[in-house]
Ligand binder design. Structure first.
Ligand code: FAD
Length: 372
């Protein structure tokens, strides 16, 4: 193994989707040398646990600065997917079949019609479908479906492949990834971070970028900067039905996401403050019940996998993206909660802009600061 470059221009802490996307963007822009350290295996934490839904028009989040960022990021995917295929040969399984949200009773239908009206008022696409149209779009849906909404622009991606492709692309561009190397200690001199010690290695980076997901809180303590990141555990299950599901299908808090290999992912629970990566019997029962309510045939499909991941949730209710206060050479990109896969491309672009001196008005809304 070649020697570790201990004085990189950029040292990224965390090799999840955010750290990998930033590394790729920096090498792509020839910004300087990049080293990415991870306390475990790159890509193995929240980014591996996700469902890969790129929810924009179907999202109930307020239409503010964060939603604009999500829309901008969603629009970056077609080009990114092609670029990653060229750079790495990896197909990230970008599915442009849209998202179908179901109504099973009057209450669901009322809520969905109200969402359609709001989306139309904002100029966003959303199409109300009568029950027969829903069953045309997804023939395996339960026969008593009352209607639904088709969000044609809400796509999906295979998140594990996406993280791998981002990492491989960054590596081919010259970035070094070092696994099993947790950041342990940092030294500062005035407004500069002068050293970062990870495992037994002492780095003297030009700039430190914190992209450690849930671990960002502890990294914040090491560098003496408050990073209010909390855990939100999500449990998931995968089935392999005989009939493939055609598109992402949602009912209330439950969703089904088809993968190219025929698996259907069922998501997801939300356990605030829970960090143990386990799937409980109660959650398993809930997820399978919701899935069978949408697609009855799933009740007889083999269960192939179950897993849990911990979403990094910021108490400011938005990600933290930008320079860290009190430092001139530390930047943060964390707290992407339920949308880190979706937000990775735009986060990488904003961080690279900020590091290379091309500030962006959008960054201001997400800059590290105590109060939003
Ligand atoms: C069940 C579930 C479903 C989801 N579904 C979706 C979805 O459909 N769409 C979507 O957009 N998002 C989804 N998400 C959210 C998304 O997965 C996260 O927002 C995203 O993965 C966060 O990426 P990250 O790189 O910040 O964190 P992570 O992927 O957790 O990466 C952080 C990395 O930092 C490393 N690290 C931590 N501490 C240190 C340290 N001290 N030193 C060195 N390295 C360190 C960790 O080992 C880890 O590899 C889902 C999440 C879950 C759990």
């Amino acid at each position: 193994m070649s020697t570790i470059p201990t004085r990189p221009d950029f040292l990224i802490v965390g090799a999840g989707v955010i750290g990998c996307a930033i590394a790729r963007e920096l090498v792509r822009r020839r910004a300087g040398s990049v080293v990415v350290i991870d306390s475990g295996t790159p890509g193995a934490e929240a980014s591996a646990a996700a469902a890969g839904v790129l929810a924009v028009n179907s999202s109930r989040s307020p239409r503010g600065a964060l939603m604009r960022l999500k829309m901008r990021s969603a629009a970056m995917f077609p080009e990114l997917v092609e670029a990653l295929r060229e750079e790495t040969g990896i197909d990230v399984e970008y599915r442009t079949t849209g998202l179908l949200e179901l109504a099973f009773d009057e209450r669901d239908a009322r809520e969905l019609r109200a969402v359609v009206a709001k989306r139309h008022a904002a100029g966003e696409p959303a199409e109300w479908l009568a029950s027969d149209r829903v069953r045309e779009m997804e023939p395996s849906v339960a026969g008593d479906v009352a209607g639904g909404v088709f969000f044609g622009d809400d796509n999906a991606i295979n998140n594990t492949r996406m993280v791998e492709a981002l990492r491989v692309s960054a590596e081919r561009g010259g970035a070094r990834f070092l696994a099993s190397l947790p950041l342990r200690r940092a030294e500062r001199c005035g407004r500069r971070l002068v050293a970062a010690v990870a495992g037994d290695v002492r780095f003297e980076p030009g700039h430190l970028i914190v992209a450690a997901g849930l671990g960002s809180r502890a990294v914040g303590e090491i560098i003496d900067a408050k990073m209010p990141i909390r855990a939100d555990r999500g449990e998931m299950v995968a089935l392999r039905p005989q009939q493939p599901l055609l598109r992402t299908t949602v009912w209330r808090d439950g969703y089904l996401v088809p993968r190219n290999d025929g698996e259907v992912l069922i998501g997801a629970t939300s356990g605030r403050g829970k960090t143990e990566k386990v799937v409980t019997p109660a959650s398993l029962e809930l997820l399978l019940r919701r899935a069978a309510r949408m697609i009855p045939a799933l009740a007889g499909a083999p269960l192939v996998r179950q897993w849990a991941g911990v979403r990094p949730m910021c108490t400011l209710r938005r990600p933290m993206i930008g320079p860290v206060r009190g430092y001139e050479n530390v930047t943060v990109a964390t707290g992407h909660h339920r949308s880190g896969i979706l937000l990775a491309p735009v986060t990488a672009a904003l961080i690279a802009d900020s590091l290379l001196g091309a500030g962006s008005a959008e960054l201001v809304a997400f800059k590290y600061k105590k109060k939003p």
